[in-house]
Design a protein around this ligand. Structure first.
Ligand code: FAD
Length: 494
């Protein structure tokens, strides 16, 4: 670990998760002469939500997640959200390919091809899935999917899910062969390594306590060494708060008016996990079901093949957990301390309108191991309790935003909140999350460095050739960037 060495730097990135790591790598590529310091309270990169066991590792591109394609009142399927998410993932995928080609990333093992599959049971849902596929089929980003309702083909593709299944009820799959499993922890480490190789300073075990605006528009950060208790300060022209769940409290303490009215609601995740070779050999896909009533978006149960440190695992969940902490390694005082005069009405508004979510969470907290394995048997009918262990994943702090009519609304997306002059920005919310880190950080660059962004554009277009274009409308460009990305990332269909 190196010393800060200077009391003033060009850029400070708070937190060493996938968001800061991505922004750091982009800035190191664009402005290699800038002084950049990354400050992380823990002793490792990607040890909170970005760690492989703290998230589901899905390269979210809306190929299989049914919450992105709701049915409208008139029965038609709304694909707007699915197309947006997929477009965002294409941006991320292109940057990863560029980063490998340029030696920014040195190990392509962080991303692996794993089919993304939607799974439904019952005639009504089979019909929905068929219409969903038809609605997406005209879009080049979703063209290569297959609809499967034949039990024999189901059994050939998903032996673990077919064993012991009663096929008298109709079933269907939507099969996208080119999905991915991503170890965002490994990716974050590689990106931070690149920043350090380019000259950035990485401070582990240091907590950023506060950010105070100076009269010249810069920010002074109060930092505490968690081992020695020593306090220090660091001045910077630009600070990015990539502190995961801790971003909201830091934004609140910074005093910027843009953060007023925001509040956060933490929801934890738990998964069942198994590594028996007989199980991992019989299930080679990520299979997403239909979200349960009241479940938050991305709360749909899924049975996933995962790759972590070169080993195959099966993971099933998520089951919701609850704790007032904003980070897995946070404090129980996080939620109460985040309640302020400017957001108390937003929180009360949500408390009164989100009763279905509250009921869902209470139901989740009451589940026993046997209940969880019973839910797993909807996917893998032959599941045995002793093969599966419960793990606790990361905390997602959902954004509560002020709303004139209802007091406050709970949102499940991602929001970048920053000062109007662009000297600070922080990322709130957690869905679809790490998969969209690159477009979110490009947005931060555009908002916070508006005077430089134009001059960066030629280089940014090298990194993301489709930047500014909508690939859904440009099939030839999509084919080109897709093939190049697949080659660089070695993402031939598994
Ligand atoms: C259960 C679950 C499942 C998920 N599944 C997926 C998925 O399948 N696909 C997907 O794309 N996304 C998924 N996500 C979302 C994804 O994990 C997050 O969006 C992403 O990891 C957030 O990255 P981050 O860098 O913002 O935060 P984090 O990875 O949480 O990093 C924040 C860092 O800041 C540090 N920090 C905090 N406060 C301070 C401070 N004051 N000073 C210094 N350092 C500080 C923390 O220690 C931490 O290392 C999931 C999330 C959860 C919880």
């Amino acid at each position: 670990m190196s010393d800060v060495g200077t009391a003033r730097v060009d850029v400070v990135l708070v937190g060493a998760g996938i968001m800061s790591a991505t922004l750091g790598a982009l800035l190191c590529l664009l402005e290699p002469d800038w002084s950049i310091t990354i400050i992380e309270r823990l002793d490792a990169v990607g040890a909170e939500s970005s760690g492989p066991w703290n998230n589901a590792g899905t390269g979210h591109s809306a190929l299989c997640e049914l919450n992105y394609t709701p049915q409208r009142a008139d029965g038609s399927i709304d694909i707007t959200k699915a197309v947006t998410i997929n477009e965002q993932f294409q941006v991320t995928r292109q940057f990863w390919a560029y980063a490998l080609a340029r030696g920014v990333l040195t190990d392509r093992g962080f991303v692996n091809p794993v089919p993304h599959v939607s799974f439904v049971q019952g005639a009504r849902r089979v019909d929905y899935l068929r219409r969903r596929r038809a609605a997406l089929a005209g879009n080049p980003l979703f063209e290569r999917t297959e609809f499967i309702d034949d039990p024999d083909e189901f059994a050939r593709r998903l032996p673990l899910m077919a064993a012991g299944r009663d096929f008298s009820e109709p079933i269907a799959l939507n099969w996208a062969a080119d999905g991915t499993d991503v170890d965002f922890g490994s990716l974050s480490k590689q990106l931070v390594d690149f920043c350090v190789r380019t000259g950035a300073t990485m401070l582990f075990g240091h907590d950023v306590r506060n950010a105070t605006r100076q009269s010249d528009g810069s920010w002074t950060l109060a930092i505490r060494d968690r081992r020695t208790g020593e306090k220090r300060s660091l001045n910077t022209k630009f600070v990015f708060l990539g502190a995961g769940g801790d971003t909201l409290p830091l934004l609140q303490r910074s005093g910027i008016k843009e953060a007023k009215g925001f509040a956060g609601f933490p929801i934890g995740g738990r998964f069942l996990r198994a590594d028996a070779p007989a199980l991992t050999a019989a299930h080679r896909a990520k299979v997403y079901g239909v979200p349960a009533p009241g479940a938050p978006p991305l709360g749909a149960l899924h049975l996933d093949l995962r790759f972590v440190d070169g080993k195959s695992w099966l993971v099933f969940g998520p089951y919701a957990g609850w704790s007032p902490k904003f980070l897995k390694h946070g404090r129980v005082s996080d939620l109460p301390r985040s309640i302020r005069g400017d957001n108390v009405l937003s929180m009360l508004g949500v408390g009164l309108t989100e009763l279905t979510l509250v009921n869902y969470l209470i139901g989740q907290l009451r589940l026993t191991h046997a209940d969880r394995v019973r839910a797993l048997r909807e996917f893998a009918p032959g599941a045995v309790d002793s093969d599966w262990q419960l793990t606790t994943a990361g905390q997602r702090v959902q954004v509560i935003r002020r709303d004139r009519r209802r007091g406050g609304v709970l949102e499940f997306g991602t929001t970048v909140v920053g000062s109007a002059d662009g000297s600070t920005a922080g990322m709130l919310g957690g869905s679809p999350g790490a998969s969209t880190a690159v477009p979110i950080m490009l947005d931060v660059l555009q908002r916070c460095f508006s005077n430089r962004y134009q001059s960066w554009l030629p280089m940014l277009k090298e990194m993301v050739p489709s930047l500014g274009a909508k690939l859904s409308d440009e099939p030839a460009l999509f084919d080109e960037v897709w093939s190049w990305g697949s080659k660089m990332l070695k993402l031939g269909v598994s």
